[in-house]
Design a binder for this molecule. Structure first.
Ligand code: SF4
Length: 436
């Protein structure tokens, strides 16, 4: 029996090297015991075996996700799959195979937890000579390291730390480091976390190890490829913890003002800096936004990002939300088909839009598409008639109507698509002038 001791719960590099060496040495899965180092124990020495073997990229990608699951048997499960694949079995085509089903289930759970972590960590702003954003999260799986790497790529200009019970990730703008974690009962609330951080920050950062976070970039015998994780969407600056929008966001997560909360995954609140001069209002979250929990991160968001960039608008400086905060859809087989919200739903959700408008006091409220225009203007709006000019509202706000970016996606012919895209960019340029 061979005993492999991995350095930690997400020792992808260690698992990968051991797997390669064991497969090449012909050691079958039932002759290997996998463990994570708890003291100073070492496993059996592994020889550097010469040779190569074939494992598909899809299997490597699956393993790199499933290894982050909080499931003790995952190392042997994944080794067994690699062993079988190397023996010529096309394992990933065996949908009913118990090992494949389990590995896919673990990978799915890890993906879901990664989404949750990336959208639910709320940060405390630590002011001072060395400003820092500090978050705390209790992940269901070991997703900290892989996701800290992605968050650092997106928040590259901000220093942040994310603490979990099992570890901490620290980004200082140039280097990602990992430290031991902190137990939940030590940091019961924001004040506890802040005070703990004040006492331990220096020592923690001094001893933190430079991270080689998990990522399937280094394959077993494959070319490098980027991590197979869903896109994060654009970065938004975290709100200060005492900002009223934080409290509203929290409250809205339990909203029952209309029935739309029932089939949807979660409330998708607006995001963006509290000092934004302009608020962009869409219709409702789409299928992807509903899962990820952030507005405009799906296909419509991507086209909007592109148009904004072309118009010279920095998405990080604007606030983006929807008139209706839950995804309205009709299940059709495995798909969820978008349904336009009706007037009672728009009216019910106007409560949250009002909270956002009152807090932000934007110079301009941009309504994208008919639903948002109806929510802002309080009446049915013909977009072509009202589009592209400031509209003074009775409550003193200034609105601006344009198309919803998803309209551009739905146009069937390329010429119309290009024309409407240019018109949308032109509207964004006008918006930029109006808020200057
Ligand atoms: S759609 Fe708006 S009003 Fe309706 S439950 Fe969701 S958050 Fe509440």
């Amino acid at each position: 029996m061979r005993r492999v001791v991995l350095a930690n719960e997400t020792d992808w590099d260690g698992w990968r090297k051991a797997t390669r060496s064991l497969v090449l040495a012909g050691v079958p899965p039932e002759a290997v015991r996998w463990a994570v180092r708890s003291h100073d124990e070492d496993g059996d020495p592994l020889r550097e075996e010469q040779g190569s073997f074939g494992v598909s990229k899809a299997l490597v990608s699956l393993a790199s996700l499933a290894i982050q699951a909080r499931e003790p048997s995952r190392f042997e499960l994944l080794y067994r799959l690699v062993w079988r694949a190397n023996a010529g079995e096309r394992v990933l085509e065996l949908d009913e195979d118990e090992d494949v089903r389990r590995a896919r289930g673990l990978a799915f759970a890890v993906r879901a937890e990664a989404h949750r972590m990336r959208t639910q960590v709320r940060y405390l702003s630590i002011e001072g000579a060395d400003p820092h954003f500090l978050g705390w999260y209790e992940p269901a799986h070991f997703v900290l390291e892989a996701n800290a790497q992605l968050i650092a790529q997106r928040f590259s200009h901000l220093a942040f730390s994310i603490m979990t019970p099992e570890g901490g990730a620290h980004w200082d703008g140039s280097e990602l480091r990992f430290s031991p974690g902190v137990a939940r009962d030590v940091v019961r609330d924001d004040a506890g976390l802040r005070s703990w951080w004040g006492k331990h920050r220096t020592g923690l950062l001094r001893h933190a190890r430079v991270g080689t976070a998990i990522a399937p970039a280094e394959e077993l015998d494959e070319e490098p490829r980027p991590p197979d994780l869903p896109p994060l969407g654009p970065v938004v600056l975290p709100l200060k913890p005492d900002d009223p929008l934080q409290a509203a966001m929290h409250e809205a997560s339990d909203c029952r003002r209309c029935h739309l909360w029932q089939p949807a995954t979660q409330t998708v609140f607006g995001e963006g800096p509290a000092h934004a001069k302009v608020i962009f209002i869409g219709e409702q979250p789409g299928d992807q936004e509903d899962v990820i929990g952030r507005p405009f991160v799906g296909p419509a968001g991507q086209i909007m990002d592109r148009a904004m960039e072309e118009a010279g608008l920095d998405r990080r400086t604007v606030y983006i939300t929807n008139a209706v905060k839950h995804f309205k859809f009709e299940p059709r087989g495995k798909r969820r088909i978008h349904k336009t919200p009706e007037t009672p739903e728009i009216r019910a959700c106007r409560f949250w839009l009002d909270v956002e408008l009152v807090r932000l006091q934007p110079k301009l409220a941009v309504a994208m598409g008919g639903t948002a225009a109806r929510a802002m203007l309080g009446r049915a709006v013909t977009i072509t008639r009202e589009r592209g000019r400031p509209i003074e509202l009775a409550d003193g706000q200034t609105a601006f109507v344009t198309v919803h970016p998803s309209f551009l996606l739905r146009l069937p012919d390329e010429e119309a698509k290009a024309r409407e895209y240019r018109a949308f960019v032109a509207d964004l340029r006008k918006i930029l002038e109006l808020i200057a």
